[in-house]
Design a protein around this ligand. Structure first.
Ligand SMILES: Cc1cc2nc3c(=O)[nH]c(=O)nc-3n(C[C@H](O)[C@H](O)[C@H](O)COP(=O)(O)OP(=O)(O)OC[C@H]3O[C@@H](n4cnc5c(N)ncnc54)[C@H](O)[C@@H]3O)c2cc1C
Length: 411
């Protein structure tokens, strides 16, 4: 009997969980990931444990990546996008484009020779995963490769002992007949625009929580970008890019209160002298054990209701943050060593194109929603359909796989 291929678009935690579930149900998922690596954004989230687990979910991502690395339970293609989809009767005819520059993960042994050759030249075209459980662990960022920009042969190609790096003049195409499609294309982290009032991009010690997370994951600590020192006074500014009518984003990103409270607790545990102030509009209580962490933060940090107004540079890389103090009933300014902007989740820019191609809808916040007419042949899962944390994405992915399996079995 012919295998029933299901295309899973997106290789983040949602897409990978959908594929694992479908494979366990005896189906044949094919994960199509446009980036060089699997794992999506959650692969670079750090563990936020203190002397105990804070249930930040990030080890769930590691478990999933490990299972895929060692069991290879389904087929996947990285560096790949969908260039065309045609529907005929009960099937989808999908054209996939890979490359033109890519690592063939079936040949790659993750030895790192390509990465070393690239680093020696300072070419920054070879990227490395954040987790040792990622396979492929190395990938190519074509836009960042300075060899390609100069028109030279990339050093990594010669150095690869397995001949796993391909440079083609055109992308490689493959046609696949699919019986269903799961859209797990995820989200984009909000980036404050140029000339933002927080001083992001202007003041080196104003960074986003995503940058702080990456730093924690890479080096084990959140330090000041300007001098690498451990900050004494840290401000968290909540709801950056969420619930803000002025920038046309009125929705709550739901997960930011939870992840930033955990990050604050982690920092306090690591540096007990650190003085943390959290500026917030109101704390949104989403997720398991939230109340417990919230009351712990209330004991160990200062919570200020109301978002700050101005951010100015002071000497030694400090930042003056001004806000209305309810206690003093006036505007006050305080110096901080580091400001962390708690950013929200944005819909992917390509959502309207994807919706058009697959007959999906777009909700009022710009995330995807299934079409009314054909809800089960195309299923949307995870943060592609709205803000969720990793645990919610995993639940949503399992439900999407179940829906898809039911659809294929005609029930
Ligand atoms: C600063 C920050 C901190 C966070 N901290 C936590 C935390 O501590 N705990 C927690 O549980 N959650 C946290 N989250 C949320 C977490 O990142 C998400 O829940 C999770 O990454 C969503 O997974 P996903 O697979 O739905 O999407 P993504 O991780 O965005 O993955 C989607 C994948 O699809 C690929 N893709 C997109 N479009 C296409 C296309 N057209 N073709 C092919 N591939 C495509 C992308 O390249 C990507 O690999 C945090 C989020 C932010 C912004």
């Amino acid at each position: 009997m012919q295998k029933e291929v299901i295309i899973v678009i997106g290789g983040g935690i949602t897409g990978l969980t959908v594929a694992l579930e479908l494979a366990q149900l005896g189906k044949h998922p094919l994960v199509v990931e446009r980036g060089p690596l699997l794992g999506g954004r959650s692969a670079s989230l750090p563990c936020k444990a203190t002397d105990r687990c804070l249930k930040c979910n990030n080890c769930l991502v590691e478990d999933t990546l490990r299972q895929i690395k060692y069991d290879s339970p389904f087929e996947f293609m990285t560096h790949t996008t969908i260039s065309d989809i045609r529907r005929e009767a009960e099937s989808w005819y999908v054209t996939l484009e890979t490359g033109p520059f890519f690592i063939d993960w079936e040949k790659c042994t993750d030895c790192g020779a390509c990465y070393e050759a690239c680093a020696r030249l300072g070419a920054s075209g070879v990227v490395r995963g954040a987790s040792i459980n990622q396979h492929p662990f190395f990938g190519i960022d074509q836009k960042a490769c300075s060899c390609l920009q100069k028109g030279a042969d990339p050093a990594c190609v010669k150095e690869c002992p397995e001949g796993a790096i391909n440079i083609l003049t055109r992308p490689q195409t493959r046609q696949v007949k699919a019986h269903g499609i799961v859209v797990a294309t995820g989200y984009t982290p909000y980036v404050p625009p140029e000339k933002n009032r927080f001083g992001y991009g202007r003041l080196p010690n104003v960074i986003t929580t995503q940058e702080a997370d990456e730093m924690l994951r890479e080096s084990g600590a959140v330090t000041r970008p300007s001098d690498g020192r451990v900050p004494q006074r840290v401000a968290f500014v909540q709801c950056v890019g969420s619930r803000d009518r002025r920038i046309g984003r009125e929705y709550c990103s739901r997960i930011c209160c939870g992840y930033s409270l955990r990050l604050a607790l982690h920092m306090i545990h690591k540096y007990p002298d650190v003085d943390i102030t959290i500026f917030y509009m109101d704390i949104q209580n989403f997720g398991k054990d939230f109340e417990k962490y919230y009351s712990e933060v209330k004991d160990k940090a200062k919570l200020v209701r109301g978002l700050p107004g101005d951010f100015y540079a002071l000497d030694e890389g400090k930042i003056s943050v001004s806000y209305f103090s309810e206690e003093q009933q006036k505007n006050v300014a305080q110096p901080f060593d580091l400001v962390l902007l708690t950013i929200g989740l944005s819909p992917q820019e390509e959502n309207p194109d994807l919706a058009n191609m697959l007959g999906l809808g777009i909700n009022e916040d710009g995330f995807l929603r299934p079409s009314q007419a054909d809800a089960s042949a195309v299923v949307v899962a995870g943060t592609a359909r709205g803000p969720m944390d990793v645990a919610e994405c995993i639940c949503d992915a399992k439900s999407a796989a179940f829906k898809m399996a039911n659809f294929l079995e005609g029930s």
